[in-house]
Write a protein that binds this ligand. Structure first.
Ligand SMILES: N[C@@H](CCC(=O)N[C@@H](CSC=O)C(=O)NCC(=O)O)C(=O)O
Length: 280
């Protein structure tokens, strides 16, 4: 059973932080949950948020300001950590864009990462755990995220449209195969064979689609003053792949906004309402 580490009243609901043994990771993993008011005796929609490089299960809950709208909309929010912690891999905390805090939501197959760095499987396992422990409706689960996690949300949703009914992202690393961050992570976790990287690249997955996996649309917000935009993010590649597949996409470009949580907190309400509308 998950261990409740702490909880805080928040907008009439409760903000909780948990630790639970992870079969996928082989270590305890932390995650956070926001439970809106009035959940007793109900089955509520659930929205997973995947955070970016250097973040933890706390970042979104403390910085995005999402709980007020989640309380209004009756949405459960769940935020996992971004990597295993304390895996004991030599050098895992040496860089901020690979290793600890940078799991990239893939299942590593390269040593020495393959034993614990299995974040793709962890997200799917956490979905099952959350559905079993919370007043959650398994037919109404959405996913979104930011940067590394924005890409993780797109990629996991595209691979599992039967498990996630809605998907959106803030400034995702939309085509990681083309990005220095993605090349470093996929090379390290998956090895040199780039053919094996495609299964974890949202743009490549969308390029392979014969039709729209999310006919209700996908929402992406992107700041135009994002210092990572030109080198790392490639939203236009994902946009072209969606157009090719006939996937409706709302890619909103915002002048003046950067990559950080001031940007996310500005538009998070739109994302929560977007998911609530699609999840019902
Ligand atoms: N240390 C880095 C900056 C790291 C950073 O910007 N992380 C982003 C996610 S980037 C892609 O996944 C983030 O969300 N940080 C947390 C925050 O509170 O802003 C550098 O030196 O540039």
């Amino acid at each position: 059973m998950p261990e409740l580490l702490n909880e805080h009243a928040c907008f009439g609901g409760v903000q909780r932080f948990y630790r639970a043994d992870s079969q996928a990771i082989g270590l305890p993993m932390r995650f956070s949950v926001y439970l809106p008011p009035g959940a007793e005796g109900k089955r509520l929609p659930v929205l997973f948020y995947l955070a970016g490089l250097t973040c933890t299960e706390e970042t979104f809950m403390t910085k995005a300001g999402a709980q007020r709208v989640a309380a209004q909309e009756g949405l459960i929010l769940v935020a996992p950590d971004t990597s295993p912690r304390g895996a004991g891999v030599a050098g895992e905390t040496d860089s901020w864009d690979f290793g600890a805090g940078a799991g990239f939501y893939v299942d590593a197959v390269q040593e020495p990462w393959a034993r614990h760095y299995r974040m793709y499987s962890h997200i799917l396992e956490l979905r099952e755990l959350v559905l079993a422990m919370l007043p959650a409706d398994p037919a109404r689960v959405g996913i979104f995220g930011h940067s590394m996690g924005g890409h993780g949300a797109l990629m996991i949703a595209l691979r599992n449209p039967e498990l996630f009914r809605s998907v959106s992202a803030f400034a995702p690393i939309a085509a990681p195969i083309r990005a220095p961050w993605g090349q470093k992570a996929f090379g390290g976790y998956l090895g040199p064979d780039q053919a094996a990287w495609r299964q974890y690249d949202a743009t490549e997955l969308m390029n392979d689609m014969a039709g729209a996996p999310f006919p209700g649309g996908i929402l992406i917000d992107q700041g135009q003053d994002d210092k990572f935009l030109a080198e790392q993010l490639y939203p236009e590649a994902f946009e072209q792949a969606c157009a090719r597949a006939g996937q409706p996409l709302s890619l909103r470009r915002h002048a003046g906004y950067d990559h950080g949580y001031y940007f996310i907190s500005t538009f998070v309400e739109d994302h929560l309402r977007f998911h609530r509308r699609l999840l019902g």
